[in-house]
Design a protein around this ligand. Structure first.
Ligand SMILES: [Zn+2]
Length: 313
């Protein structure tokens, strides 16, 4: 039998990443393109990427999954609110994508797709429950409960970046105050460093990381304070859900132990010791590929469900 493949797209604010995934979750080919500013441009970019994927596929491409940043309603099958593409808001994206690819299509939230990718093919293999936190410019999250991706009643579960951790904190992009994202994402780490050191020439979290590694006290303190807030968010989720694993992904994990050490310490202090005792907090494994690997695996699952005659979504 010829090996078949599934395609995954990760639709981000600056890049559209896409790839071909085999049945074992191996990414056999991947590409990326800069995100166009308009809906027409977006659909044209997807069509071109899809044509390229099909050309390179060593066998048939069975299904195609899309992870999109924003609130994707599984009931209405449209994005209610996208931080990156205002044109997507309310747009009937599913039929448009179906028309382009001509194979079964599945759409989900990008961080949910990343959680599913880690669950099936990454650091979450072998467990039945996990929570993924992706920490970068923003904070996303995804939940796997009892061996299934939990999208919530409407598709909006796992918005862990918008858990309120500090009612007196700064205003978040969502308009509320003191969200985990406004306290613990990379831009806040950088601002903390600027406030502590008085250095406004440092504008990137990687620079703060390099300074921290060199022993700069303000940089180290910025990491400690940022880690404390993330730990509070993680501890809360451990107490609420009793997961087997909490995985931390996203750009900020490249800081390694310097960040993860204090995060785990703060998570310990912020969760009940009994669910904590059965939970491992560790780095996610798939890096930037988690979203597209997960979207492909998610689409494959749906295509399989359809063939078995059970109702899909
Ligand atoms: Zn928020």
């Amino acid at each position: 039998m010829t090996a078949s493949y599934d395609a995954g797209f990760d639709i981000g604010g600056t890049r559209i990443k896409y790839g071909l995934v085999d049945r074992e979750g191996r990414l056999v080919w991947k590409g990326k393109v800069r995100s166009p500013g308009t809906m027409d441009g977006f659909l044209a970019a997807v069509a071109e990427a899809w044509a390229g994927l099909k050309r390179r596929a060593p066998g048939p491409v069975r299904s195609c999954g899309f992870g999109i940043a924003g609130f994707y309603s599984t009931g209405e099958r449209r994005v209610l609110q996208s931080p990156n593409y205002p044109g997507l808001d309310g747009y009937p994206i599913l039929p448009a994508l179906r028309e382009i690819v001509g194979v079964p299509v599945r759409v989900g939230n990008d961080a949910n797709m990343a959680a599913y990718g880690e669950f099936r093919h990454g650091a979450g293999r072998g467990v039945r429950s996990l929570v993924l936190f992706t920490v970068g410019t923003g904070i996303g999250g995804g939940l796997i409960l009892d061996g299934r991706l939990w999208e919530g009643e409407g598709g909006f579960a796992g918005e862990l970046g918008h858990i309120t951790v500090n009612p007196e904190g700064e205003t978040c992009g969502c308009g509320r105050r003191g969200c985990l994202e406004s306290e613990a994402a990379a831009p806040r780490l950088v601002r903390r460093f600027q406030e502590l050191s008085g250095r406004t020439d440092v504008t990137d979290s990687r620079e703060v990381y390099l300074l921290a590694r060199a022993g700069d006290p303000a940089a180290l303190e910025s990491f400690r304070r940022t880690a404390r807030w993330l730990g509070i968010g993680i501890g809360t989720v451990i107490t609420a859900l009793n997961p087997a694993k909490v995985l931390i992904g996203g750009g900020v994990v490249s800081a390694g132990k310097l960040f993860l050490g204090p995060v785990i310490e703060a998570a310990r202090r912020s969760s009940h010791p009994i669910p904590l005792a059965g939970c491992r907090v560790e780095r996610a494994a798939l890096g930037n590929d988690a979203g597209l690997v997960g979207a492909a695996a998610w689409a494959r699952l749906r295509a399989g469900t359809e063939r078995s005659g059970r109702p899909g979504r």
